[in-house]
Design a protein around this ligand. Sequence first.
Ligand code: IMP
Ligand code: MG
Length: 209
Amino acid sequence: MPSAGDRGDLGRQESHSSLMDDIDEVLITAEQLRARVAELGAQISVDYAGKDPLLVGVLRGVFVFMADLVRSIAIPIGVDFIGITRYGPSARTQGVVRFTKDLETSIQDRHVLFVEDVVDTGMSLRYILRSLQTRVPASLRVCALFSKPRSRLFDLDVAYVGFELPDRFVVGYGLDYDERYRNLPFLGVLKDKAITRRKLPPGAQSGET
Ligand code: IMP
Ligand code: MG
């Protein structure tokens, strides 16, 4: 008869078991994510003390990071979201970025911290920053949980980076492959069979981030 604690562990494993079958390697554990997000939140609390910053996230990938980040920030903040879609022959090499959801908050004269899940080529970020800048915020900086510096096509200043990643396609902690795996509590790399089974090559999908 397993104890309540054992049953709890078993329950957690079972709840992710079918997704776990598709994972080749865990790159960053849930515990490592928790610790680093807490550090970022503490640093932001110091840097933005007295500034009532507005955290702006881009849906959908950022929702997990944003939820944890805001709870590790100890000063008053506002939160808002935008949605974008990227489409084109290959989202990685070229294409068009378009807003699918705009801010509900005015950012004029606000200290804006733009929050991204992962900055890959930087194309989405460049487009979003240019758009936000035209609304004349008091300041505009970027916090990205993950950055892939080797994939960067545009030179962009990212003030806060959680983890630098190799140029590999990753899933979990909000990041998807064809809308799956966002609910994994860690960051992982997919097995080849999980990629070929689904219809799109990783990194080449268009649609919402
Ligand atoms: P960028 O415009 O090339 O910088 O791509 C940024 C967006 O692409 C992110 O917000 C993600 O939605 C998506 N993306 C980039 N790399 C990955 C990855 O490794 N896994 C899942 N999504 C990714
Ligand atoms: Mg995506």
